[in-house]
Design a protein around this ligand. Structure first.
Ligand code: SF4
Ligand code: FES
Length: 241
């Protein structure tokens, strides 16, 4: 799996955009539900032209989403970074399962709901000596875009992490009738407006609706405000609305 190049970087600008550099690939990533309507897979729907540098909207107001058009100035966007700089392991609680350990940093949840099929992932941990359940749990944790959930094998202590190619996904959630965060994959560096780096991780989600209280990370608020970027025709999966 390719690693991020030295040039690949995302800078969180003060009360402004995400400044992306290093030709980072950018595509639309759609959350696909299973037959029960629960989040099951990712579908890449479209690629955007990824120049050497580009600016992505962070306030939710751009008329040219996912790119920034300067609307944060008119909106007087308060993009204050409130997220902790503690590394993931110091944020996470650990759940002990029969063959796996599940680390969980709840604050990072992007409400993508991949942890739901088959029963919530936490409730499945005690059944991971069943190979089918273990497979499902590994799938669910690795589909979690936010990196809230991380697994370790209990016997070997090894992290079970499917390495992702360095890239950014513009998340769409048709089942929820909203657009989601920016899914930053493959360990791309993210730097605060004051120059300090966040921990580089395989999976993180950055807020692009402007409403997260854990900026720059997504905390699922896009679902409660029904943030829409207008990039896809939303399929109504729920009858009532
Ligand atoms: S972001 Fe991760 S933890 Fe949150 S609902 Fe989705 S899969 Fe579950
Ligand atoms: S995009 Fe998820 S909280 Fe803003």
């Amino acid at each position: 799996m390719p690693k991020p190049t030295r040039e690949m970087k995302i800078v969180v600008s003060k009360d402004g955009s995400y400044q992306v550099s290093g030709h980072v690939p950018l595509s639309m990533q759609i959350i696909e539900p299973n037959e029960q309507g629960l989040s099951w897979d990712w579908k890449e729907a479209k690629s955007f032209k990824a120049d050497e540098t580009y600016d992505l909207c962070r306030c939710g107001n751009s008329k040219n989403k996912p790119f920034c058009d300067g609307s944060h100035l008119k909106a007087k966007f308060d993009g204050t970074e409130t997220a902790t700089r503690r590394p993931y392991v110091r944020q996470a609680e650990v759940f002990d399962g029969s063959t796996l350990l599940l680390s969980d940093a709840e604050e990072l949840c992007a409400f993508a709901r991949f942890c739901d099929p088959g029963g919530k992932i936490w409730g499945l941990m005690d059944q991971t000596d069943d190979p089918e359940v273990r497979k499902l749990v590994i799938r669910e944790a690795n589909h979690c875009p936010a990196g809230r959930l991380v697994l370790h094998d209990k016997k070997t202590g090894e992290e079970i992490e499917h390495k992702l190619p360095p890239s950014i996904g513009v998340v769409e959630d048709p089942a929820m009738g909203c657009s989601g965060p920016l899914w930053v994959r493959g360990g791309i560096r993210i730097e605060s407006a004051n120059g300090t780096p966040y921990e580089a991780r395989n999976r993180v989600t950055l807020c692009r609706c402007g409403a997260s209280v854990n900026k720059p990370f997504c905390n699922g608020s896009h679902a409660s405000i029904r943030f829409r970027d207008g990039l896809v025709e939303f399929v109504r999966l729920k009858k009532s609305e």
